[in-house]
Design a protein. Structure first.
Length: 354
């Protein structure tokens, strides 16, 4: 089952000295008015990994495109990374934390099982009383949370929603597994969702296939297999993934989601100015582009110094694209994720004048 929204509401259009030509007249569901991201100062380079597993810098780059990845300090947890990204997003939106009326934090690496990491974040932001909860949809988590925020703002139930994608994957990585330890890093990205902003949300879709749940998983630590000495010794609290299956499913689902997004807003895939897939692996991203017959220059690969940051990868890549001057008024941008569950999420965004 796929859940989609393409609800008719008049979009906001910023003032401009010259008219901006939009490729899609699709009315906006809501908008993003603030962006922020944070990457920890510490790095794990490919050379570091080569000291502990049978690999090399060249081998990793050839297969993943990754050169290094950020690592949270010992005294940093997911809520800390989320806080740093959230402060920047709130500043960008020009609002205070006390102006928020909902916080949604997408993560697979909470500070601890209970309470939610969103509640820790809320306390750090000093906006007591604002409802806060976590969303767990693996690497699709940010897209899931953005759809929930979009529906909430469109309905009028909430007006200013903080959405964060944050993960500390280095805390759940098996550094004896050459196939997976080369992939993962830590980071956080945040957006403020409001009725009017500089990035209109035109279309949003989320979906899941629970029959493929064992494709990406952590076996122990839950109610089915509580933590014990044997589970820790067997590294059953770390991420396991079936690489070939993940590759095929991720490429297919992300490409199909992008095609549906184009159809929903009345354009062709070639009309997207930027395609930002989940930054899992350069080979996966390149294959998505090839399946779509997209111009490679439009397909964003931004993981050389970050690796796979799960739910943080899309908001971080979106923020870095803006910093690089790649977001221009009138453009259409599509973001798409695929993750554990299995899950997928896709949003079509329209860039307005700031």
């Amino acid at each position: 089952m796929v859940s989609t929204q393409t609800i008719d509401v008049r979009p906001s259009v910023g003032e401009s000295l010259s008219p901006v030509v939009h490729k899609s007249s699709r009315p906006a569901i809501c908008s993003i008015s603030g962006l922020g991201h944070f990457l920890p100062a510490n790095f794990i380079t490919n050379e570091h990994l080569a000291q502990t597993v049978d690999t090399s810098h060249e081998w990793i780059v050839e297969r993943t495109g990754i050169h290094s990845r950020h690592r949270a300090a010992k005294d940093e947890a997911t809520s800390d990374l989320s806080y740093r990204a959230s402060v920047l997003a709130l500043q960008d939106a020009g609002i205070a934390a006390s102006d928020l009326d909902l916080i949604l934090l997408a993560t697979s690496t909470p500070d601890q099982p209970v309470p939610s990491t969103a509640c820790y974040l809320q306390a750090k932001l000093g906006c007591l009383g604002v409802p806060a909860t976590d969303v767990n949809a693996g690497c699709s988590g940010f897209g899931y949370a953005l759809q929930l925020a979009s529906a909430s703002v469109k309905s009028g139930l909430h007006k200013r929603v903080l959405v964060i994608g944050a993960d500390c994957l280095t805390r759940i990585t098996n550094y004896a597994d050459r196939g997976s330890c080369i992939l993962f890093g830590d980071g956080a990205g945040a957006v403020v969702v409001t009725q009017k902003g500089f990035l209109d949300v035109l279309h949003t879709e989320i979906g899941a296939d629970g029959s493929a749940a064992e494709m990406i998983m952590i076996r122990a630590g839950g109610s089915r297999e509580p933590a014990c000495a044997e589970s820790v010794a067997g590294a059953r609290h770390t991420l396991e993934l079936h690489g070939r299956e993940v590759y095929k499913s991720a490429v297919r689902q992300m490409a199909e989601s992008i095609r549906r997004g184009a159809e929903a807003v009345g354009v062709q895939v070639a009309d997207f100015d930027l395609i930002i897939p989940h930054q899992a692996n350069a080979r996966i991203i390149e294959s998505v582009g090839k399946h779509l017959e997209a111009d490679p220059a439009k397909v964003v690969i931004d993981l050389a110094d970050t690796g796979n940051m799960a739910s943080a990868s899309i908001p971080v890549a979106l923020g870095r694209a803006r910093e690089a001057g790649r977001l221009k008024p009138g453009q259409l941008v599509v973001v798409v994720g695929f993750g554990a569950g299995t899950t997928w999420a896709c949003q079509v965004l329209r860039v307005n004048d700031r």
